[in-house]
Design a protein around this ligand. Structure first.
Ligand SMILES: Nc1ncnc2c1ncn2[C@@H]1O[C@H](COP(=O)(O)OP(=O)(O)OP(=O)(O)O)[C@@H](O)[C@H]1O
Length: 320
């Protein structure tokens, strides 16, 4: 982020611990201790106003939990989440777009009712005629027809359903959108259409995005910055171009190696070597050390802090 850009969102030292203990009686019978899972651990970042920061990492690294903390679905165990004032002068609030648009759309409601709900709930339009007019406008903004408003969610394809979710999210006139894997349930060609739509909306409506994905190739063209997470922590955070040109953390390099090469005859995605350890008993020192090609003894005992490199990248590795 440059000095002239203001941060729409600042997250500082965010932690979220889940109590995953067995029920009281079985703890008593089997003499089990309470168990805690540290899903998000000391996470700090800021998202420039009008920009896009993506959080990337394998399943279970804590990215969705960060999204849920930022949107207020979960309270943090500790740390700060601060939104800057929006255009109204009030602090921004975030709207969320989910991975599975079908699960997040009421199947019994017509699309126009789904999109109108936030308008009615927040009393953003005074009359039913104005609500209908705004619903038609929102359908147009996301590339659907007015007639689509009379249909039910099951009558649409996955990509169209995600367009409906976006229209509903936009109904409350948010300035900040948290997008949790919004395209990962879609076919590759449809993914590109939804990503293009989201980029266009970002420009036209001046939106700020926090984007969540397990896939670096998906976020590459969306993001100004990328933060790579591993077992609840950010291990590398850099401008997108810097991250792709000079990935420093061995985990970021592994993730980049899994991006399919379009020129390769074997375009299948490679699997990231090794398995993610259980967050219930994370490895000592640097939690990536059991999978790391650079690991030495120090990595088993000493956790590396995020350090800022000359090109601005923040990296947590003793040997990057
Ligand atoms: N409500 C919860 N209760 C207990 N554990 C949870 C809860 N939510 C998430 N977790 C655990 O926290 C860790 C991080 O989960 P999270 O969903 O944030 O990861 P993720 O990177 O988004 O993965 P995915 O892409 O699979 O959703 C996981 O080990 C998960 O099992």
């Amino acid at each position: 982020m440059t000095a002239t850009q203001t941060a729409a969102l600042r997250v500082e030292k965010l932690d979220r611990v889940f109590d995953v203990s067995a029920p009281f009686l079985s703890r008593l019978l089997y003499r089990q201790e309470r168990r805690y899972l540290h899903a998000v651990n000391d996470v700090s970042f800021s998202v420039p106003s009008g920009g896009c920061l993506s959080l990337v990492g394998e399943s279970g690294c804590g990215k969705s939990t960060v999204a849920r903390l930022v949107t207020g679905i979960y309270p943090p165990s500790s740390g700060q989440i601060r939104f800057a004032p929006g255009r109204s002068g009030q602090p921004l609030s975030a709207q969320m777009i989910f991975q599975d648009p079908y699960a997040s759309l009421n199947p019994r409601w017509r699309v126009k009712t789904i999109i109108a709900e936030p308008l009615r709930e927040l009393k953003l339009r005074d009359t039913e005629a104005l609500v209908a007019e705004r619903v038609a406008e929102l359908l147009g903004i996301v590339g659907l027809n007015v007639a689509d408003g009379d249909k039910f969610p099951h009558e649409f394809s996955g990509g169209q359903r995600q367009r409906i979710s976006i229209a509903r999210a936009l109904a409350s006139e948010p300035e900040f959108l948290v997008c949790d894997e919004p395209t990962s349930a879609l076919d590759v060609s449809v993914q590109a259409q939804i990503l293009n739509l989201m980029r266009r909306l970002q420009d036209e409506l001046g939106l700020t995005y926090l984007f969540i994905s397990h896939d670096l190739s998906v976020v590459r063209h969306m993001s100004d910055q990328i933060a790579v997470m591993y077992l609840g922590r950010i291990v590398e955070h850099a401008e997108t171009e810097v991250l792709f040109a000079d990935p420093k953390h061995p985990y970021t390099r592994l993730l980049l190696e899994t991006i399919p090469d379009v020129n390769s005859p074997h375009r299948d995605r490679k699997i990231v070597a090794g398995e993610v350890p259980s967050p219930l008993s994370p490895p000592s020192g640097c939690t990536f050390h059991p999978r790391c090609p650079l690991a030495q003894d120090r990595c088993k005992t000493e956790r590396p802090n995020l350090e800022t490199k000359p090109d601005g990248a923040r990296v947590a590795c003793h040997f990057a």
